[in-house]
Design a protein around this ligand. Structure first.
Ligand code: ME8
Length: 666
């Protein structure tokens, strides 16, 4: 199915920068199972990288699809009482329909049952056979049906396949073999000479260590007596093609091998994304097959780890399989994409839990980014007539220059990390700037500047800096959270412009045009309720009585031990809002370092927006209390002052220098 897009170049490209091409693929997924979190991860990563390369101005082609031949599929179809073709049609369609839900937009969705793929596989087999790289022989080996390949003794753990936890069957049969061993020396040299060929490095080392032993030839057929659901061998009608020789070739057929101009354009720039389960077919079978065909190998292979669910392997029998469609329904595509990219360190395993998704959503997206965005736009609305203000570049402060520096450094590091598939690190760089911007608001206190007309120019500069930094954040977040980035851009008055933007055209400070109308629109990321079990227990009724009883006898002094029982900590306010129906109370969300909610009686003394980003001192081990329907987990410390008119003022207690949230006060 062709869903090509044209005109991937941003304006202003081409003359200065040579347009690079990128061809990026996911594995083609077996149609014996419905899409789950693992498939979704690989596909989100691939889509994100594709969008990132487009943001760099590259001409990109992105392919995914389904792998439909083989024993596993034939058996699954039989179990459902339908033909393999009908069965494959149904599940393949499920995969195809899932990706747009996650904002994944491939250019091409390939199926190994596509007639053009079948023809290409047969043409390649014929050629490789004619040149003497395929021969007929008898083989006895240990066959794992889950892997659809013969395993070596060394690969077994306790006599079983480590991936499928089943003992392989010993099979002896006559089959066709690809002379893979002939290319072993070449492959070792190629991997050694091209450090980026297989990444992360641990997988490159794993492959090199495997290649330290003599490589066996690869069995590439199945007798029709045993399996009919496969591509017939063009030189022997009694056999069908073994799945890997069929499946791997999808990467070529999808771009029109051998004659289509797209093949010449994209193959040299091929990058595959897979998980560690199919490392060997991609790192060993595939490059040697390409070599035998006289083609250059792919450019890079990116290998990631497994997603487990609450530390347990995802499996149908345990009933813990996470479905992407359900995740999107609950959290939205942007949150799912952000979560998986932020949570998994590419190459290592990661664990999924609902709590972890909610935590990321509330803390990183709703508090850090969402609040920053909402506050900044509200202030531009309030103090600058809802238009991007004119900055005064003649009165820049040290903090202003620091912010520009941080934004530029973030953009540079982001590119390096994204290019290396270190999505987690790229996102951390972005969030460093978000934190810095939250502090920038607190130190510049626009609400104070607004009180005096003499500070007008400074106020406009501060607001411009916020808007311009947010434009950068939207730009770099585009590949990760396309919908949120588009909303941010639209709110900043950049509708239409961001889609065509590239990092070289738009990644320069100062491009946001003063006078542009902004629009405040809806919240970017509404907070999600945590699961009930995460709530603290309600506090006992008579807390005050308890406090009096605990007072020490004598002259109002407490012992050192008693002081030591109070857990005083530094907390960073990440969100603040008024409590409906109360004039005095604010609901503060703080990090100390874990997130908690504290109700504070300071509404008459502080606007919620000026508190976010501030460091406060809290008593962290106070019995939780339910106040106006909100559970308060601690107390914020404030100094009380009465002025000459007898009015009481509360001033939040804090620390003189910036310290880490959660630090103990002693
Ligand atoms: O192997 N964690 O298809 P497949 C992370 N058809 N990723 C996971 C995962 C998990 N728990 N489970 C699956 C095949 N994946 C062949 C590929 S390619 C020419 C042929 C993802 O349906 C990951 O990308 O078993 C893994 O490599 C792939 O799904 C395996 O998909």
């Amino acid at each position: 199915m062709e869903i090509r897009r044209t005109g991937t170049q941003g304006p202003g490209q081409g003359k200065k920068r040579r347009i690079m091409t990128t061809y990026i693929t996911t594995p083609i997924y077996y149609v014996n199972a419905l899409p789950h979190l693992g498939h979704a991860y690989t596909t989100i990563v691939t889509d994100t990288y594709c969008r990132f390369r487009r943001l760099c101005g590259d001409d990109v082609r992105f392919q995914t699809g389904t792998d439909e031949h083989g024993e596993k599929i034939a058996q699954a179809a039989e179990a459902e009482g339908v033909s393999p073709r009908e069965y494959a049609d149904r599940i393949s369609e499920e995969f195809r329909r899932t990706w747009p839900l996650l904002a994944v937009e491939p250019d091409h969705f390939i199926r190994t049952t596509d007639p053009v793929h079948v023809r290409t596989v047969q043409d390649i087999l014929r050629r490789v056979h004619d040149q003497g790289d395929i021969y007929f022989s008898e083989y006895t080996g240990l066959y794992c049906q889950g892997c659809e390949r013969f395993l070596t003794e060394k690969e077994l753990v306790g006599g079983k396949c480590p991936d499928h936890l089943q003992a392989p069957r010993e099979i002896s049969e006559q089959n066709y073999f690809f002379r893979m061993s002939r290319y072993q020396g070449w492959l070792i040299d190629h991997i050694r000479e091209n450090p980026e060929f297989i990444t992360p490095e641990r997988y490159r080392n794993e492959v090199l260590s495997f290649l330290g032993e003599p490589l066996e030839d690869l069995c590439i057929s199945r007798p029709k007596a045993r399996l009919t659901w496969g591509i017939p061998l063009p030189f022997d009608d009694n056999f069908v093609t073994y799945v890997w020789f069929d499946a791997l070739i999808n990467y070529l057929t999808g771009i029109g091998y051998p004659d289509d101009p797209d093949f010449r354009r994209y193959w040299k720039a091929a990058e595959h994304v897979i998980a560690k389960d199919i490392l060997k077919p991609h790192a060993i079978y595939w490059p040697t097959m390409l070599k035998a065909m006289g083609l250059q190998p792919y450019r890079r292979l990116h290998v990631h780890g497994y997603w487990n669910v609450e530390e347990t392997k995802m499996s149908k029998s345990i009933g813990n399989v996470v479905r992407p469609g359900e995740l999107v329904e609950r959290y939205g595509a942007d949150t799912v994409r952000y979560f998986v990219l932020r949570e998994m360190s590419f190459g290592l395993d990661a664990s999924f839990s609902t709590e972890a998704v909610i935590e990321r959503r509330n803390s990183d997206l709703a508090n850090d980014l969402g609040n920053l965005f909402a506050r900044s736009l509200t202030m531009i609305g309030k103090y600058a007539d809802g238009k991007i203000p004119e900055p005064d570049h003649l009165i820049l402060t040290e903090a202003d220059r620091e912010l520009i520096g941080a934004v530029e450094e973030m953009t540079a590091r982001y590119q390096e990390y994204m290019n290396d598939f270190q999505f987690q690190r790229a996102l951390r760089e972005i969030w460093k700037v978000i934190s810095m911007m939250n502090r920038f608001i607190v130190t510049n206190a626009p609400w104070e500047l607004a009180k005096s007309p003499g500070h007008y120019s400074r106020l406009m500069t501060v607001l411009y800096f916020l808007a311009e930094s947010l434009r950068f954040i939207a730009l770099v977040l585009q590949p990760v959270m396309p919908a949120a980035a588009a909303k941010m851009a639209a709110a900043l008055g950049l509708t239409g412009e961001m889609e065509a933007a590239t990092l070289s055209t738009a990644g320069k400070w100062g491009l946001l045009r003063p006078g542009t109308l902004i629009s405040q629109g809806e919240q970017l990321f509404p907070r999600l309720d945590k699961a009930k079990k995460a709530e603290p227990p309600p506090r006992p009724q008579k807390q005050d009585g308890g406090k009096k009883k605990a007072a020490p006898p004598g002259k109002g002094l407490i012992s050192f031990d008693q002081f030591g029982q109070i857990d005083l900590r530094v907390a960073e306010v990440t969100a603040a809002e008024k409590i409906a129906g109360s004039e005095k109370l604010l609901k503060l969300t703080v990090k100390a370092p874990e997130e908690r909610v504290i109700v504070a009686g300071i509404a008459k003394h502080y606007e919620p927006e000026e508190l976010v980003g501030r460091l406060a001192l809290i008593v962290a081990n106070l019995q939780p209390a339910r106040i106006m329907g909100v559970t308060s987990q601690g107390m914020v410390l404030a100094a009380r002052e009465t002025d000459e008119n007898g009015n009481e003022h509360l001033v939040l207690a804090s620390v003189a220098d910036r310290v880490r949230a959660g630090g103990k006060i002693s």
